[in-house]
Design a protein around this ligand. Structure first.
Ligand code: DAH
Length: 346
């Protein structure tokens, strides 16, 4: 019984001096471990005389409970203390000046393409894709450009395998692919921005790799005035509401009639300047009514279906839109120039 009282005092004293969870756990071993002082007492119950046994047993249990209660209390306190300390250490001073992290931005050529996509998507067009490694069949043959046509000239086209596989020299093959795919699900309405390749020497206005934005609509009763209206919407969205548009006669194998599409010069508004070479007008795309042969090649009866198509040079559009005078600017990695692009937009 004396030992029990002694242990009670020991618990009080020892717990008071605890400063860490580790110490607390060591203490638990000292009291309740295999050779702990309370465990030792429990072992003594069987040695106690019968009349004292009950009382002794109860007292041992009270001591055990006393220790466990103190242990829990202390453990909670120490854990709380630990968390508070951690929070204190990790406190962030939001008033400190921050380091400036440079933020990237999409290339403006990409931005322009997205802008054009949005205009056409709002008119119900799908944005589609096509392969850059293309078959002669799609790039030329089905577009009414027969063997021997100057556009196939090895001077212009990168051939990969004989005369059959090539790097597409225009996005127009996607017209054919789309017409074939959408057969039975007319109207066909698509635009296709994508890379094209030609054996050009790179300079301020030429590149061996450049981007075009192809467009195509095939439905019943489509006329050249639908093309004019559609082009008008795009021109106004890109270059401002007061932009005028006009067609000039032209020639492409896959359209009949064919036109060059012009916008009124946004810089001088028709007075004449260096951008429009004093004509007041700027040519931005080739276009026309889909040639009956092309319709036929894709399984559409030209008596029943008509359509228009157009092809923009994406870099040219972006150069005009953002006042850039060298096409190579889009493909360089000079951050000074590229960050300049962001400012041009304002
Ligand atoms: N593919 C032509 C080129 O690369 C551009 C073009 C002209 C596309 C007229 C068309 C079109 O769809 O109708 O020069």
């Amino acid at each position: 019984m004396d030992r029990i009282e002694e242990i009670k005092k020991m618990i009080d004293e020892k717990v008071k001096n605890i400063t860490s969870l580790e110490e607390l756990n060591n203490l638990k071993t000292q009291f309740l471990g295999k050779k702990g002082v309370i465990t030792e007492l429990s072992g003594k119950i069987k040695e106690v005389s019968n009349e004292l046994k009950k009382d002794f047993g109860m007292k041992v249990n009270t001591v055990k409970k006393l220790f466990n209660d103190k242990y829990e209390e202390e453990r909670k306190r120490l854990e709380e203390e630990k968390i508070n300390k951690k929070l204190e250490e990790e406190k962030i001073d939001v008033t400190l000046p921050s380091t400036k992290i440079p933020v990237g931005a999409p290339n403006i050529l990409e931005k322009l393409i997205e802008e054009v996509e949005e205009v056409f998507m709002s008119m119900g067009y799908d944005v589609v894709d096509g392969p850059e490694i293309e078959e002669d069949k799609f790039n030329f043959e089905l577009l009414n450009i027969p063997k021997g046509h100057p556009a196939r000239d090895a001077q212009d086209t990168f051939y990969i395998e004989d005369e059959r596989i090539l790097l597409r020299s225009q996005t127009s093959p996607v017209q054919v692919r789309t017409m074939l795919k959408y057969k039975g699900e007319e109207p066909v309405r698509m635009i296709c921005p994508g890379k094209t390749y030609r054996r050009d020497d790179d300079d301020a206005t030429h590149s061996h790799q450049f981007m075009q934005i192809e467009g195509l609509l095939v439905d019943k009763n489509i006329t050249l005035s639908d093309l004019k209206g559609t082009f008008d919407v795009l021109a106004k969205r890109l270059f401002g509401e007061d932009t005028k548009t006009r067609f000039r006669p032209s020639y492409y194998q896959f359209t009949e009639p064919s036109v060059e599409t012009d916008i009124s010069c946004f810089a001088c508004h028709g007075k004449g300047c260096s951008i429009c070479k004093n004509t007041g007008w700027i040519t931005v795309s080739g276009a026309g009514m889909v040639h009956p042969n092309v319709l036929k090649n894709c399984g559409y009866d030209p008596e029943e279906w008509t359509g228009f198509a157009f092809g923009f040079g994406a870099e040219r559009l972006a150069m005009l839109r953002y006042g850039i005078n060298d096409l190579r600017t889009f493909y360089q990695t000079d951050l000074r120039e590229l960050t300049n692009f962001d400012r041009r937009e304002d």
